[in-house]
Design a protein around this ligand. Structure first.
Ligand code: UD1
Length: 417
């Protein structure tokens, strides 16, 4: 069985620390390919997506090992340039390996990327970045192949903001010849962490966090060595769990300055928080205000990854709330499952109308993707009785120890395998 059982009704109470960030670690792992030697990611989360990326790098010839939560990647011999869909089909971010493979060996063939089913998720912007730097792309029925004689710095103008495509452009440009200017970049913190990691390897990058990133290509890079930052989405999820149960929690290592838009909403619904000695102390006991309108947005907007967890909170607040999902067109799968528990959520295209405050009752529900799955755990924490959430493996793709952490905070929950 692949499920977790949660008995709801207890306000969370206690202290928790946050795992390393999935979305920061994955591109750093891809960046490690750009050095023919050993790199280390300290405090790396041991989650399914990281293990999958580790497997892909191993398949390419890298030797990898863990010392506690420190992941060592020896990419001296990671020169295989073809990775089958058996690996890439398991996760979306495998596609960013293409830029790193081009930088390293001037060619790379990947099976098409998989990942959470939350929308169409095209890769046109990724390919635009690579083509702008001089890569030839062939899109076959099973493989996506990119090759070049050499990558040449250039201007890449993204017509829309994409986290992955920005990372792709950066990974390909750091070893390209000459200057690259990436315009209309995504500004998510994970992009900034990738740039810091690459700078530590000797890359010449500036401007990250703004709309334009400037890169001057270098001949070669040294090994990477960095502490993976705490995961802002996991921190936000636990804050939502605190709000949904009207609890009080302390986060030992909050992501600094990366949750501002989320915390503003937290305050609007009646939650309180304060920073003290580097910790974040949150009080969800006063959560009671519905939200007339919330829309997700690219950073620094409200993160789409916290949309479903916030929906679970809003389902517990009497009154009408409205969420508009601006990033992914099919990201309300959890709503139907919450309705099985008694929630009153109506979705229409990119809009979700939440008639909050209906009593939630434990039942069998099915996670269909990572963040929506986590949101079901939060709804279960607020529900009466026992809920069994099937599809726990979706949730474990991004949360290393959500069951243990919630138990530490006083929740009654037990994975059932
Ligand atoms: C990353 C995060 C994911 C988060 C998302 C948005 C990782 C591993 N995942 O995903 O958790 O939900 O950012 O913050 O970091 N798009 C295109 N063409 C492209 C690429 C994207 O049209 O070539 C569209 C997508 O369909 C989507 C939007 O751009 O509508 C944003 O997607 P993007 O920022 O690329 O998300 P990911 O990098 O896949």
């Amino acid at each position: 069985m692949d499920s977790i059982r949660v008995t709801g009704g207890r306000p969370l109470d206690g202290t928790v620390s946050i795992q390393g960030s999935k979305n920061a670690a994955l591109p750093m792992m891809a960046a490690s390919l750009l050095h023919r030697g050993v790199s280390v990611l300290k405090g790396c989360p041991r989650i399914a997506d990281v293990l999958c990326m580790e497997g892909i790098l191993g398949e390419m010839g890298a030797v990898t090992w863990w010392e506690g939560h420190d992941l060592y990647l020896d990419c001296t011999k990671a020169d295989k340039t073809e990775i089958s869909e058996v690996y890439t089909g398991k996760m979306r971010s495998s596609v960013i390996l293409l830029g790193a493979m081009l930088g390293r060996n001037k060619k790379g063939c990947l099976g098409y990327p998989g990942g959470c089913v939350i929308g169409k998720r095209p890769i046109d912007l990724h390919l635009l970045a690579l083509r702008s730097l001089g890569a030839r792309i062939e899109e076959g029925p099973f493989f996506l192949c990119a090759s070049c004689r050499e990558l040449k710095g250039s201007t890449i103008s993204f017509p829309g903001k994409s986290v992955g495509a920005t990372e792709q452009g950066i990974l390909a440009a750091v070893l390209a010849k000459g200057e690259t200017c990436l315009k209309n970049c995504a500004r998510e913190p994970e992009i900034q962490w990738l740039c810091r990691y690459l700078r530590g390897m000797g890359a010449k990058i500036s401007g990250e966090g703004g709309e334009c990133i400037y890169i001057t290509g270098v001949e070669e890079l040294n090994g990477g060595n960095m502490q993976v930052p705490p995961d802002r989405i996991v921190a936000g999820t636990y804050l939502c769990a605190c709000a949904a149960t009207r609890g009080r929690i302390t986060i030992e290592n909050p992501p600094e300055g990366e949750l501002d838009a989320f915390l503003e909403v937290y305050r609007k619904i009646g939650g309180q928080y304060k920073a003290k000695s580097g910790k974040l102390i949150a009080d969800g006991s006063g959560v009671r205000f519905s939200l007339p309108y919330l829309e997700t947005g690219v950073y620094p907007g409200f993160p789409t990854d916290l949309q479903s967890p916030m929906m679970a909170v809003l389902a517990t607040i009497p009154g009408e709330s409205h969420i508009r999902e601006m990033i992914f067109e099919d990201r309300f799968k959890a709503a139907e499952q919450m309705n099985r528990m008694g929630a009153g959520i109506v979705t229409a295209g990119r809009d979700a109308f939440i008639h909050g405050g209906h009593p939630l009752l434990g039942c069998q529900v099915y996670a269909q993707e990572l963040r929506g799955g986590a949101a079901l755990i939060l709804a279960a924490l607020a529900a009466k009785g026992e809920t069994e959430i099937h599809g726990y493996s979706y949730i474990r793709r991004g949360y290393e120890r959500i069951g243990d952490d919630l138990r530490t905070l006083g929740a009654k929950c037990q994975p059932a395998f």
